[in-house]
Design a protein around this ligand. Structure first.
Ligand code: FAD
Length: 331
């Protein structure tokens, strides 16, 4: 591991100052459950690591007029324990599905949102696009865990975030601060993620010297939600495919729907096809199945991952049934 300076700011302003001395060479450390591995493997080689854990303003979950402001440093365990978040069932289900109390107690919600890809080519030093002598390894090699949507460009990895589908389905926004000391913006989480076309581009819109300070969730306004992960094992693992649904149901029929898939594309994948197929319908096995079919109708699997199409279809169907309380096995 390359040596680096370690900075321990106590406020958002101090963090931004420390990040903007040399913004291109700074890494943000939250719970460290992933960043430490990336540093140890020399995948990331910053000059300075800015540990944001002691910034108290980023730990709170606070009610605001139009919803909830969740601090970026809220841990997965705190997501599960916080009564204000209990109404957002899909968000709690995403936290619960990480089957390790160590990760739940240290990992943070924004660390999950900014988690870099688990793609084995990336983790073995071939870069985000997995190139060797200009050849795409995910295209020519083993791509069984790679993208089945949004994969026509050079990026074939899948987004690692567990929370992004649930939060996007709820219409969440992220508060991004920096690079200037007074700069802050609220951005719909849906637009936070990017698909890189070159190694220099990242997986989010964050520019050097910026970080996520909070996540805003709108009031639930009676909407219901559900999350469903398809996992290879019961243990500590990322889903092969996941889906999250947030539904408004009036008079027994769906009046609004948001369906978002995870782990199937380089970014969380919003399925307008699935959402549209539900409008005006009652939720049943058949309508949930039709939404699952609609969600995967435009999938473009690679050579080894056709099986993920069925997994994604099932994840969508079960997330919808779960949101309506029609799937056994709640939290
Ligand atoms: C052994 C192991 C097993 C795991 N298993 C699972 C699993 O089964 N399922 C699952 O979903 N997850 C799993 N995880 C991942 C874990 O849930 C996430 O890594 C965790 O939520 C990340 O949070 P963190 O605070 O530790 O992030 P860190 O490791 O501190 O950071 C992760 C990334 O996010 C960036 N970052 C962190 N906070 C911010 C911020 N506020 N603004 C901008 N950038 C930021 C960092 O620079 C880094 O690039 C596992 C991790 C490990 C180490």
């Amino acid at each position: 591991m390359k040596s680096f300076e370690f900075a321990n700011p106590q406020s958002e302003t101090e963090a931004l100052e420390l990040m903007n001395d040399h913004p291109e060479q700074t890494a943000v450390l939250a719970g460290g459950t992933d960043l430490i591995s990336l540093l140890q493997a020399d995948i990331i080689r910053p000059e300075r690591v800015v540990d944001i854990k002691n910034i108290s303003s980023m730990h709170d979950v606070a009610e605001v007029d139009d919803g909830l402001m969740v601090g970026a440093l809220t841990t997965l365990e705190e997501v599960l324990d916080n009564s204000k978040l209990a109404e957002y069932a899909s968000v709690a289900q995403a936290a619960d599905a990480v089957h390790a109390i160590q990760i739940q107690s240290s990992g943070t919600i924004a660390g999950d949102l900014c988690h870099l890809p688990n793609c084995w080519y990336y983790r073995n030093g071939y870069g985000m696009l997995g190139l060797e002598n200009g050849t795409s390894l995910p295209e020519t090699g083993d791509n069984r865990y790679h993208a089945i949507f949004g994969n026509s460009g050079p990026a074939k990895f899948v987004t690692a975030s567990r929370f992004a589908p649930a939060l996007i389905a709820w219409g969440a926004k992220v508060r991004i601060i920096g690079p200037g000391p007074d700069e802050a913006e609220m951005l719909p989480l849906e637009y936070f993620y990017t698909t890189p076309r070159t190694e220099r581009q990242g997986t989010t819109v964050l520019k050097p010297g910026q970080l996520v300070s909070h996540i805003w969730l709108p009031k639930t306004a009676g909407a219901v939600s559900g999350n469903y992960d398809v996992l290879q094992t019961e243990g500590l693992d990322w889903p092969l495919a996941s889906a999250s649904a947030t539904l408004k149901i009036s008079g027994g029929r769906v009046s609004d729907a948001r369906i978002v898939l995870g782990h199937v594309a380089p970014t969380p994948w919003v399925s307008h096809d699935a959402a549209t197929s539900l409008l005006g319908k009652t939720i049943s096995e058949a309508t949930a199945q039709a939404a699952g079919d609609a969600a995967v109708s435009r999938a473009t699997p690679l050579s080894d991952n056709g099986y993920k199409v069925q997994l994604a279809r099932t994840a969508v169907k079960r997330a919808i049934l779960r949101s309506a309380g029609l799937l056994e096995g709640g939290l």
